[in-house]
Structures are given as C-alpha cells and as structure tokens.
Design a protein around this ligand. Structure first.
Ligand SMILES: Cc1cc2nc3c(=O)[nH]c(=O)nc-3n(C[C@H](O)[C@H](O)[C@H](O)COP(=O)(O)O)c2cc1C
Length: 182
C-alpha cells in the first residue's frame, strides 16, 4: 500500500515532508495556495517551499476561476520543473475558503470543477488530481466524479462537509461533528 502524506496547512512544510518521506511516505503535497496569490507574486509565496530533493511532490491550488487556475498551474509548472503533480482542492470546509466559493463550496458546482480541472490539465503535461469530499447526496458525488473524469486521480475524503448536513437520509451515516471533521 502506498503511504501518502496529506496536505496539512501550517504543518506539512519542507522539513516535515522530508521527515515523512524518510519514514516511508511515497508522495506529499504542499497545502492549498490560492491561484490568485500565485499570479499576484509567486516570489513572495514562502509557503511554496518545494525542493528538488523531494520525490513525487504535488502542489495544491484553490480558486474559483478556471482561467486563473490554468494560468497559475502554468506558472507553477514553469517555476518548479521538479514538482510531479498538481491538485485542485474541492474539500476544504474553512469559511475563509468557502465564502469565496472555493474549497468544499465547489462540491455543488460540478461543471465549474470540470472546467477548472480541464484548464489545469491544459496548462501542464504533469498529472492533475482533485481532492473532494463525499457528499451525502450520492448523485452529487457521482456527478462530480463524472466531471473530473480523465484527471490523474480523485482523492476522496471519507467525511462530509461540516457546513451542511449531507448525510441526512442516508442509512447508517451520521456525519461527523466539526471537531472530528477536518
Ligand atoms: C490543520 C489542518 C490543516 C489541513 N490543511 C489541508 C490543506 O491545506 N489541504 C487539504 O486538502 N486538506 C487539508 N487538511 C485535511 C487533511 O489533509 C486530511 O484530509 C484530514 O486530516 C482527514 O484525513 P483523512 O484523509 O484521514 O480523512 C487539513 C487538516 C487539518 C487538521
């Protein structure tokens, strides 16, 4: 089984990623960065601390404009030739992210998610994946999976989004409280 270090904002920096790699992590990801800030001034983004020594490293983006996400991917592609893949965050429940329509707020916008992934894919020859949550409405999850068909991978978070009671009506599923659901 492959061990994958999940992106943890504020924790999974270069030192932590290298340590996890030493202990067996086969892939790691730089936590979410907004496509707008990448385009504003990439040199100021200390959080993108990618290092050529890292293997199978990804960079996670969030944003709501497919065009901007594509341009940000192209810039990252050019700046970090040793990065292996890019990821679109469609799972973050933080209000700071969802209030602008990004992160888990995109779960209800399969068309936008599909366009964003296509735009990112067109901007790079490297792999593009998506991280999303399972919605309590099965149809919604399936629609999202269809929208991102063709991307390198879908990382599902087996948790619902705390903003909504997605699990209502699904037998045996209660959903998690905010403190459990990161
Ligand atoms: C403090 C904190 C920061 C996180 N930052 C991110 C992030 O930047 N991007 C992301 O996709 N997930 C983020 N997550 C979610 C984790 O990557 C992971 O999906 C979550 O802890 C649940 O683990 P699971 O995969 O076992 O369900 C964060 C979680 C925590 C607790």
């Amino acid at each position: 089984m492959k061990a994958f270090l999940a992106p943890i904002h504020g924790y999974s920096d270069f030192a932590f990623r290298m340590l996890c790699q030493e202990y067996g992590a086969q892939a790691a990801c730089i936590p979410l960065v907004s496509s707008t800030s990448v385009l504003r001034d990439i040199s100021k983004l200390k959080r993108i601390d990618a290092h050529p020594q890292e293997k199978n490293l990804g960079i996670q983006l969030f944003g709501i404009s497919p065009e901007e996400l594509g341009r940000a991917t192209a810039l990252l592609d050019e700046t970090f030739p040793f990065v292996s893949w890019f990821n679109l965050n469609c799972g973050c429940p933080s209000e700071r992210i969802t209030e602008c329509g990004a992160g888990s707020a995109m779960m209800t916008e399969p068309e936008l998610v599909g366009q964003s992934v296509r735009s990112m894919k067109n901007a790079t020859s490297r792999k593009v994946s998506v991280k999303l949550r399972i919605s309590g409405r099965q149809g919604e999850t399936l629609e999202l999976c269809r929208a991102v068909q063709g991307c390198a991978g879908v990382r599902r978070r087996l948790r619902n989004c705390p903003c909504k009671n997605h699990w209502a009506g699904i037998p045996g599923q209660r959903g998690l409280g905010n403190h459990q659901n990161h």
